[in-house]
Design a protein around this ligand. Structure first.
Ligand SMILES: [Zn+2]
Length: 129
């Protein structure tokens, strides 16, 4: 039994705003709280020590504190065009790549790694064409 009628039941709030963390309706163009543009988000993953956003051009890492409860305000932006030698570590799930002459190693939850592994190659391939 539900108190929602059919129309209301179809609205799902699964589009998480990378900026403020609020869930927006799926077809939102802008965040209803902070007004951030939501149209170019390909993927948003919440992990233990950071949130990870993937757009068509960037991989963006929003660092969180030691406990994973709040963001520190530190944000790392990696243009996809400058990321090289991507490696999806297994069985220890570490996402690795070269950026700016440095080897970056990002520990990811297994389920997030699986999603990233599926989606990232498609976005990169699309950019290169
Ligand atoms: Zn927002």
């Amino acid at each position: 039994m539900t108190y929602l009628d059919d129309d209301l039941g179809m609205v799902t709030f699964s589009l998480i705003c990378p900026e403020c963390g609020v869930a927006n309706p799926d077809d939102s163009l802008n965040c209803m709280v902070c007004d951030r543009d939501l149209t170019n988000i390909v993927l948003f993953l919440e992990d233990d020590s950071f949130d990870l956003e993937l757009t068509n051009e960037h991989l963006i890492e929003y660092r969180k504190n030691f406990w994973g409860t709040d963001r520190t305000g530190k944000v790392n932006r990696y243009p996809l065009s400058e990321i090289r030698n991507i490696e999806y570590g297994s069985p220890v799930t570490r996402f690795k790549f070269d950026f700016n002459g440095e080897r970056k190693v990002i520990p990811l939850r297994k389920e997030n790694m699986e999603i990233l592994k599926d989606v990232l190659p498609i976005v990169i391939k699309r950019n290169n064409i």
